[in-house]
Design a protein around this ligand. Structure first.
Ligand SMILES: Nc1ncnc2c1ncn2[C@@H]1O[C@H](COP(=O)(O)OP(=O)(O)OP(=O)(O)O)[C@@H](O)[C@H]1O
Length: 693
């Protein structure tokens, strides 16, 4: 309502202006008559002024509030849906770039469209419709002329919208691809630096940007032609309307004030439609963004924790894996497990050994039901895990993976992931048990030390010990240990191994380790080959019966793994790196300024020429309106052409240069500055910050 009232205010104002002009024109030699006639008009001007004030508040306030609330809800739904999906979806449809673009870039576009732009669009259309209505009331002859103009404007609008729609969708795809590149690079930044992959990363990013640039050039041209044609058509129609108005007044069929009110209402109604045209572009972008977002929201996961299932009060831990066949959704043609069968009685430890890539970790993923096998069943305490409540199943599993994943936050936050209700004493006990307490105590803020993105500021061994302590804190009946001690040095491994053995007591454990020292005490060892269990037995029996195991044992006896790390040194390194250097701060500020200028001065001479042409064209398109107002009819023949050409040049050149500047900005935020990714630990991923640009 606020938008409609606000939009109507303009034509109503012209109606009142017309009435005021008539008050002067009809009583040209009679001052009292003018005052008397004006007294009838002025109160309505006041009423209008009073009505537009709350309308303005309602318009801006309500739209902003509603759009904020809606996008917050959509964002939440999006995140809920993402977290509801099965792991396989992340291997295929839900790349991290897509998810990040969905929750940041796409949502901003949607918020803009359903807030500010919709409000503006409604207001413009209210101006147009009320303008046409007032014009018909004031002078039907003048109004009829608009019937010829409006379809033309709508035709241009429809064509423009269709073209921009296609362009927006294509741009979204490339933006998503570019976001994925940045996300991948930032999340593996050390590897990128180690392999001197910065240039390759920038090249992949530039390729996406170049594709987007080509599309943007087309977009700028279409925008220029569309807006220019809008202006040209409205300018030409103004001339026609004014000409008809002059005839009507001369013939005495309407007063001059009414004709002026009709002309102004129609003219500015038509202009308001042209102002609404760019909103259509945002609606198109929002439509494309909404499609992407709602595709994710509506996606039904194949494995869902919302589908209910049996909640077991207590799990003993008998695991029975029967004739499992499995291939990953992203590579369905490659069969990983083919008839894998293994029984693990409650409280026992079974170790899996086999060559790299034979499917050991896959078995653990299936027991945790990250994926479902295509054939065969996995039973826990004689219940098919497909029938169990997913949350119940996972709450009773404690997993430590090959790559311990820590979250940005403190060490305590990370340990509490295992048990949110754990108190400080329980946390410390778990850390002590896993030989993590010592190194934590040496850190600057002890348990409150920030670990950085993905535990960036800790060594691999430290991360692994925190991950083990986290699993122990969860106290589950089933432990899934996938190379849980692979990143530890030999000394720490021995200590953690002892602690792990203690933690494994009374639990069912599936253990994967390449170092045989870790598995010699397992109750049973299964040798996995080509996705099947080939042999089983204890360490001593397998030494006699399994050629593979025997070879492995002999090989490990001659190769001494040396992975000495001085833990206290690492602690000191972190302390050093956490300290802020004032000179660095100053340098950082200077760098920021340099980056800003790089965006513009990175533009070459051709771009500067384009900026100059675009600016001159923008000046002309701005000048065309007051010039038209001054020469109202005489200039029309030239004015539409001026308007068309200036709009095309303005939008095209600024579009092209704007895209180039954005590319420069993205490149300026390049990956060359290693310290940029280090402390102080950012809460929001830098990848997200770069991509959000
Ligand atoms: N998410 C995935 N999508 C597609 N293929 C995958 C995925 N994860 C693993 N694979 C493939 O499945 C096969 C088995 O992987 P798995 O991680 O189970 O092996 P593994 O025996 O644990 O190896 P390693 O001892 O080296 O850890 C490998 O060929 C691997 O490339």
């Amino acid at each position: 309502m606020g938008s409609v009232v606000h939009g109507m205010a303009q034509p109503v104002g012209y109606l009142l202006l017309g009435k005021a002009l008539d008050a002067f024109g009809s009583h040209i030699d009679n001052k009292d008559g003018i005052v008397h006639a004006l007294k009838k008009v002025v109160p309505y001007v006041w009423y209008m002024a009073i009505a537009t004030f709350p309308a303005g508040i309602l318009e801006i306030g309500c739209w902003m509030y509603a759009s904020e609330r809606q996008t917050t809800r959509i964002r939440l739904e999006f995140l809920r849906s993402v977290l509801r999906q099965e792991i396989g979806a992340f291997d295929t449809e839900l790349s991290s770039g897509k998810v990040i673009a969905g929750i940041s870039t796409h949502m901003s576009v949607i918020q803009d469209a359903i807030g500010e732009k919709l409000e503006h669009f409604l207001s413009c259309f209210a101006t147009f419709f009320s303008g046409v209505s007032i014009a018909f009331i004031c002078s039907w002859e003048v109004s009829l002329v608009t019937l010829f103009v409006v379809p033309l404007i709508l035709l241009i609008g429809a064509t423009y919208t269709k073209k921009m729609n296609a362009i927006s969708a294509a741009k979204m795809i490339y933006l998503s691809e570019a976001t994925t590149v940045v996300e991948q690079t930032i999340s593996h930044i050390k590897t990128v630096f180690a392999f001197v992959g910065e240039d390759r990363a920038i090249k992949s990013f530039s390729d996406c940007m170049d594709k987007q640039s080509v599309i943007s050039r087309g977009e700028a041209l279409i925008k220029g032609v569309g807006t220019g044609m809008f202006q040209a058509v409205t300018n030409s129609s103004w001339a026609l309307i004014i000409w008809i108005g002059a005839i009507v007044v001369t013939a005495g069929r309407s007063s001059g004030g009414h004709v002026i009110a009709a002309v102004m209402s129609i003219l500015f109604g038509a202009i308001s439609i042209t102002y609404a045209a760019p909103d259509m572009q945002v609606f198109n972008q929002a439509k494309a963004a909404g499609n992407e977002v709602f595709k994710v929201i509506r996606r039904q996961p194949t494995i869902s924790n919302a589908s209910g299932g049996i909640v077991l009060k207590e799990i003993e831990g008998n695991i029975d894996i029967r004739n499992i066949h499995f291939s990953y959704p992203s590579r369905e043609d490659k069969v990983i497990l083919q008839g894998f069968t293994l029984s693990i009685p409650a409280g026992k430890t079974v170790a899996l050994v086999g060559s790299s890539g034979c499917g050991k970790s896959t078995v653990i993923s299936l027991v945790a039901r990250f994926y479902d096998p295509s054939k065969g069943v996995i039973l826990i305490d004689n219940h098919n895990i497909r029938d169990l409540d997913l949350k119940c199943l996972r709450q009773n599993n404690g997993a430590v993976s090959q790559e311990p994943s820590l979250f940005a936050g403190t060490i305590k936050d990370n340990l509490k992931v295992g048990n949110l209700d754990a108190d400080d004493q329980q946390i410390e006990n778990a850390a002590m048990m896993e030989n993590a307490h010592n190194f934590i105590s040496q850190l600057p803020d002890k348990y409150s030390t920030e670990v950085g993105q993905r535990g960036f500021q800790l060594s691999g061994g430290q991360k692994q010990r925190i991950a083990i302590a986290r699993a122990v804190l969860k106290n589950p009946p089933i432990l899934l240990l996938d190379e849980a001690t692979s990143a530890l040095d030999s000394q720490s491994e021995k200590l953690v191994q002892k602690a792990l053995e203690k933690a494994m007591q009374g639990r069912t454990v599936i253990l994967i380790a390449h170092r045989l020292s870790t598995i010699v005490n397992a109750d049973e060892i299964a040798v996995v080959e080509n996705g099947q269990v080939r042999e089983t037995g204890t360490h001593s029996t397998l030494l006699d019966t399994s050629k593979f195991y025997n070879n492995l044992f002999n090989m490990q006896n001659i190769s001494v793994v040396c992975d000495e790390r001085v833990l206290s040194e690492k602690g000191t390194e972190i302390e050093e790196s956490l300290r802020e250097d004032p000179e660095q701060e100053e340098h950082k500020k200077r760098l920021e300024a340099v980056h800003f200028f790089r965006i513009w001065f990175g533009l070459r001479r051709t771009e500067l020429v384009k900026i100059a042409i675009g600016s001159i064209a923008a000046d002309f398109s701005g000048i065309s309106k007051p010039v038209f107002g001054f020469f109202i009819i005489n200039m029309q023949s030239g004015n539409w052409l001026l308007s068309l050409v200036s709009h095309i040049l303005q939008h095209y050149y600024f579009g092209v240069v704007g895209e180039k500047a954005m590319t420069n900005l993205r490149k300026a935020l390049n990956l060359r500055f290693c310290p940029w990714f280090s402390p102080p630990p950012p809460r929001a991923s830098p990848g997200t910050q770069v991509a959000a640009c």
